[in-house]
Design a protein around this ligand. Structure first.
Ligand code: ATP
Length: 443
């Protein structure tokens, strides 16, 4: 088993992610840009696959949650109403000695520099996290706009349009996934704290009297998502209740994962009261768009909101850390001399590539491509023809492909291929006609 808590684990993981085209620094040719990451050919499908499991679990499998895909740049007043322009800031302090900048709330001792130990620090100052841009040809205050700092605000603003279009009645939710941007003071821990990242959020609109029942309901559902859908062990997850609540909230809790660098938040489940809709009613003067009508009480009211909010990049990082493994004993079985086999033991549903097709000889390319075509109907596939078969298995292990299918000269006679299981390394002969059935049954 890999020791994911050894001090050099993160370095090992970052290097592997680059070497195998999973995740690497953005703009590397120009020296990189701090807090921005590119997902390569083996990382983009991982992120998409995880996003897909969330969308299915939160939207497609439910009748009471609707999907949305809003713009990244919205009317700047939205961020005034939400409080982001005035309050979305961190306290930061600069070290006068080493010139590094830190978030005061993340420092062990706010009087000592975590980098060089100096006590010569500036007074903490407010630092707004919104990223600014301009819309239109004139670059002035009036044309200033912001990249959204969270995906949920457009959900509130579109609440009425979605409700009317779908004829939903509360309780119901609206969900969306997409990019969010924060000018973080200290991007760190690989993708954990980035400046551009993806969020997956759901706002659930309900009656205030039922809101704590819904809070409990979503708390259980979200725990279930991590443990059952993504297969994360319960002992690597924990609840972290917020001690200080916003004045409008009845409860707030985070789900944390035990990363190699310590416990870190992956999701927040928040009771948001009527705060967001009330603010948008006030700032837009469109109160009717923020209310629903209660037939029994014969009155309109602003629904209460329970939110589930998680970061897709943090979930990817959790999957990479959780499913990374090294096994020493098994490796010689496949004729390899290396001591260690590095393998991501991703579950089938999130594996970036699910089945790799490996012809034993270039002469078998045509037949192997036919086999890949059959598998492509149902699975994310990969094709690799270079290097010894042992080396090719190792490459697939390092990107977490659960199955390999080898096409050999016998295939031409028996119309069958050899399937190899990533975890057990066991091999079985499978007729091509039964391939899809064989793998569909396994999942
Ligand atoms: P933190 O305290 O770590 O800064 P937060 O409490 O500000 O996070 P939220 O505003 O609740 O985070 O955002 C919801 C989710 O979005 C988080 O649980 C996290 O998974 C993700 N997230 C927030 N900031 C970042 C970031 N800078 N990089 C990557 N993911 C992030």
């Amino acid at each position: 088993m890999a020791d994911t808590f050894s001090p050099d684990f993160m370095n090992k993981l970052v290097a592997l992610c680059k070497r195998r085209g999973i995740i690497f620094q953005s703009s590397e040719m120009y020296g990189g840009i701090n807090g921005f990451w590119d997902y390569g050919p083996n990382g983009a499908p991982l992120r998409r696959a995880i996003e897909k499991t969330w969308w299915k679990y939160m939207v497609e499998d439910r009748d009471n949650v609707e999907g949305l895909d809003s713009t990244i740049i919205c009317h700047p007043k939205i961020w005034k109403a939400s409080g982001h322009l005035d309050q979305f800031s961190d306290l930061m302090t600069d070290c006068n000695e080493c010139k590094k900048r830190f978030r005061t709330d993340l420092m062990e001792d706010p009087h000592v520099c975590p980098n060089c130990g100096s006590k010569n620090l500036t007074e903490p100052r407010e630092f707004n996290l919104m990223l600014k841009t301009y819309v239109g040809p004139v670059f002035d205050e009036e044309h200033t706009a912001y990249l959204r700092a969270e995906t949920c605000q457009p959900i509130f603003v579109d609440f009425n349009t979605v409700r009317v279009a779908t004829r939903e009645k509360i309780p119901f939710g609206i969900a969306q996934t997409g990019k969010a941007f924060r000018n973080e003071i200290n991007p760190r821990f690989f993708t954990f704290r980035s400046r551009e990242f993806m969020q997956m959020e759901m706002e659930f609109f309900c009656h205030d009297e039922e809101s704590m029942d819904w809070f409990e309901y979503w708390r259980k559902e979200r725990w279930n998502y991590y443990t059952k859908i993504l297969g994360i062990p319960e002992d690597k997850l924990r609840w972290k209740w917020h001690e200080k609540l916003a004045h409008y909230a009845k409860a707030a809790v985070d789900i944390e994962y035990l990363f190699p660098f310590g416990w870190g938040e992956i999701e927040g489940i928040h009771h948001r009261g009527t705060w967001d809709l009330s603010r948008h009613a006030e700032f837009s003067h469109q109160e009717q768009d923020c209310k629903v009508y209660d037939q029994e009480k014969k009155e309109s009211f602003i629904p209460t909101v329970v939110e589930t909010s998680c970061g897709l990049d943090r979930i990817c990082l959790m999957a990479l850390c959780n499913y990374y493994d090294e096994d020493t004993a098994e490796t010689k079985k496949e004729g390899m001399n290396e001591d260690d086999r590095v393998v991501f033991r991703f579950p089938f549903n999130i594996a970036p590539l699910q089945i790799a097709v490996l012809p034993l000889s270039k002469k078998l390319n045509d037949d192997a491509h036919e086999v890949q075509k059959v598998l492509k109907k149902f699975f994310r596939t990969n094709y690799d023809v270079t290097g010894s078969i042992g080396k090719r298995y190792r490459r697939q292990d390092e990107i977490g492909t659960p199955y390999c299918v080898t096409v050999d000269f016998d295939t031409l006679e028996d119309h069958a291929v050899t399937g190899r299981n990533r975890d057990t390394m066991k091999q079985v002969r499978i007729p091509i006609a039964e391939l899809n059935h064989h793998f569909l049954e396994k999942i």
